[in-house]
Design a protein around this ligand. Structure first.
Ligand code: C2E
Ligand code: MG
Ligand code: MG
Length: 705
């Protein structure tokens, strides 16, 4: 049956009659039938066009010998035929050929087979021809780019890796293998080879970064990780890589990259990190690290509904230890204290050194608050036991402030502040003890912050006054001394007592300028009263330890003021506290010497409450001691306090020091003191501190009485 007579359509007749001529015509690639001697017998339209002709007839007529006319390399046809004869077919046979008519060179890929008759004789060849010129030029460009890139990579001295994902093969450059002491043989092209030698802690992140780039989510693949070398050591490497070819769907076919040895940099970083986060002396985490851990623990508390405790620990009178043992001894003690603290806690707890003699402890994962008290007691006991360094032995105690966190809204700073406030109270309550943070403490702290704020403008706004309290000579009842006491008239809060603002002014340094002002006021006043009341009148002025730690230049201001005012000797006395004498620094000693040289007397205030020691009294020229009112208030016949007062008086007199008793409120106290030989007394029994005019009036009343 003639195929051209049969209408195309469904049905066995139509199928049976089809010789695929329509397929032949519409095939987008060239299809042909050729004779073994190199002529074209048939060609479909695509094959006609591929060769630059318009009709099949033109092509068939033009081609004489494919071997000579078509292939750029004349040997190509021989290879083609040899393969056909050997296998009966060729597949993907790639050659450069000429478009027959135009002689333009193109690349083609051929598939072909041999068609034989029943006797096995070759009838003709049949095959397809595909123009792959464009693809070939792309691949050539790629290959070229590849070479250039590899060259550039190797030249940096880094190792280079090349991973063919399509083939599942990876290779490392010589330099790369050298870095780890590995060989290509060991690796066997295994793309997993380096992954298997990557530090387990680093692998997950590495895979994530690499996948992100493979998936096209990151422009490059960059990762730092450790690789196990042949000799068993770890090397830190920075790898940078890039996919250089992808298939039509964007899947990565090949990726290349480098390895840079960054071990040294990592070691330096680790060292810096350690220095930044740990205390050099004790090896404990430092303040920064503590904040870090505290933050982590707080997050865990939130998640797991646990509690944590933060302990602020401060060694009591550490400065004194430092002074007696020397700085090296002080350091030894801190190191030992750190060890003892660490012994008192679990491995999961954090002990940190905040600086100086301050430590913190974080007790995380508490199921209740009772666990804390035992630890705190352990710490107090451990620290209180003897410290020995060679022949030196010493004792210290500690004060501890405690606060809790139970997943509330407190921040790290809140917690640190709270523990600090609790510590402040523990110290104030007499040291060697612990105290818990309470909301009342918070209120107190806020109050202190407000005071500090208001203090700044107080001097300029003339809110300060000086009041004077008479000091009475017990034997004669004469008054030719007074103590200057500072008063702050706050515009809203009224009279604020010194105990509320002096410590704050000391903490923020304002005490310096305020103290200068009190000093000038008192100097002016004493000159007046020397004329009006008694030519030998004396005023004593309280001087904060803080004022002794100022620069030398500032130290001179009192002395200069004294000379300028032409103040007679002993017109002014400074009252200092015993604590100041414990400070053996040259500053303090020089300052006291300078004051004395300028004619100022020295009183030791609040005597008996601190670390009074005879040697201090001898070492510095002290004119007066003021027995603290806590001894005076307990005075009664046969009382312990009476014994103590008597002892102090006798001791002072033996050293040529006069004695003033503070806080005398009753005639009985006065009489006992007089009997005990006390020189002077000061207290509400005689008069409270008074403004200057009231003081003068009071003196006048006494004179006339
Ligand atoms: P201080 O130097 O020991 O002063 C004695 C304190 O005892 C004064 O308290 C005084 O008013 C009070 N007082 C006097 N007689 C009696 C009494 O019979 N019974 C009782 N219970 N108390 C009595 P004040 O004025 O509140 O001063 C407290 C502290 O503030 C002073 O203690 C002193 O350390 C400090 N201070 C006062 N003025 C200044 C100053 O100008 N500069 C410095 N740095 N500190 C000052
Ligand atoms: Mg005083
Ligand atoms: Mg006092």
């Amino acid at each position: 049956m003639d195929a051209t007579d049969t209408p195309l359509g469904p049905g066995s007749d139509a199928l049976a009659s089809s010789d695929f001529s329509t397929l032949f015509d519409f095939l987008p690639i060239g299809a042909y039938r050729s004779s073994p001697d190199g002529r074209q017998l048939r060609a479909n339209p695509a094959q006609v066009r591929l060769n630059g002709y318009d009709t099949e007839a033109e092509l068939v007529a033009a081609v004489r010998d494919i071997a000579a006319e078509w292939y750029v390399d004349p040997q190509r046809r021989a290879v083609f035929k040899a393969q056909l004869e050997r296998d009966g077919y060729v597949r993907g046979f790639v050659s450069e050929v000429h478009r027959h008519r135009t002689r333009e060179r193109i690349w083609v890929s051929e598939n072909a087979h041999v068609v034989r008759d029943a006797g096995g004789n070759i009838l003709f060849y049949e095959g397809t021809v595909e123009d792959i010129t464009e693809r070939m030029s792309n691949e050539a460009a790629l290959r070229q780019r590849d070479e250039i890139w590899k060259l550039a990579l190797e030249s940096t001295g880094d190792g280079v890796w090349d991973w063919n994902l399509a083939q599942g093969v990876a290779v490392l450059s010589r330099r790369c293998l050298e870095m780890y002491g590995l060989t290509l043989e060991e690796m066997q092209g295994d793309p997993q080879y380096l992954d298997k030698r990557t530090h387990p802690d680093d692998l997950a992140l590495l895979r994530r970064d690499r996948q992100a780039h493979l998936d096209g989510l990151a422009p490059t693949y960059v990762n730092e990780h450790r690789i196990l070398c042949k000799d068993g050591s770890w090397k830190w490497v920075l790898t940078r890589g890039m996919v250089i070819s992808r298939d039509a769907n964007g899947a990565a076919l090949r990726m290349v990259g480098t390895h840079t040895d960054i071990t040294q940099r990592k070691e330096a970083e680790a060292l810096i990190w350690h220095q930044a986060n740990f205390d050099a002396l004790t090896g404990l985490p430092n303040r920064r690290m503590l904040r870090d851990r505290l933050t982590q623990h707080m997050l865990r508390c939130d998640r797991e509904r646990l509690q944590l405790a933060l302990l602020f620990i401060d060694l009591d009178h550490f400065k004194q230890v430092n002074d007696t043992l020397g700085h090296e001894g002080g350091d030894q003690l801190l190191i030992e204290a750190a060890r003892r603290l660490t012994r008192c806690v679990r491995a999961s707890d954090t002990v940190a050194r905040m600086g100086g003699d301050e430590f913190t402890v974080v007790l995380p994962e508490l199921h209740g608050t009772h666990e804390v008290e035992r630890t705190v007691q352990d710490i107090l006991r451990e620290l209180a036991s003897e410290f020995r360094f060679g022949n030196d032995r010493t004792f210290v105690t500690a004060s501890i402030g405690i606060t809790f966190y139970a997943g509330d809204t407190s921040s790290v700073d809140d917690l640190l502040r709270q523990a600090d406030q609790a510590l402040y109270v523990a110290k104030g309550a007499g040291r060697n003890r612990f105290g818990y943070f309470t909301p009342a403490l918070q209120e107190g702290a806020q109050q202190r912050a407000r005071v500090a704020n208001d203090l700044h403008g107080a001097l300029a706004a003339q809110q300060f006054r000086v009041e004077y309290q008479p000091i009475v000579a017990l034997a004669t009842g004469r008054v030719h001394k007074a103590e200057a006491l500072l008063r702050w008239h706050h515009p809203q809060r009224g009279l604020v007592p010194p105990v509320e603002f002096v410590p704050i002014a000391e903490a923020n340094g304002l005490i310096i300028s305020i103290g200068e002002w009190v000093f000038r006021e008192s100097a002016r006043q004493v000159l007046q009263w020397r004329e009006r009341i008694d030519p030998g009148f004396q005023i004593s002025v309280n001087k904060s330890p803080v004022q002794f730690h100022r620069a030398k230049a500032e130290r001179q201001t009192w002395v200069r003021a004294l000379t300028m005012l032409r103040l007679p000797r002993r017109a002014l006395t400074v009252e200092i506290t015993e604590g100041l004498l414990l400070d053996t620094s040259a500053d303090v000693a020089n300052h006291l010497v300078a004051l004395r040289a300028a004619g100022i007397g020295v009183s030791l205030d609040d005597f008996g409450t601190g670390y009074s020691s005879l040697s201090y009294l001898q070492q510095y020229d002290i004119d007066y001691i003021k027995i603290d009112k806590s001894f005076v208030s307990g005075l009664a016949p046969f009382s312990n306090d009476l014994v103590l007062c008597k002892a102090m008086i006798v001791m002072a007199h033996q050293l040529g020091i006069s004695v003033i008793a503070e806080g005398v409120e009753t005639p009985a106290q006065r009489d006992l003191l007089l009997e005990a030989g006390c020189d002077y007394a000061q207290g509400f029994l005689f008069a409270p501190p008074m403004p200057a005019e009231r003081f003068e009036a009071w003196m006048e009343e006494r004179r006339t009485a």
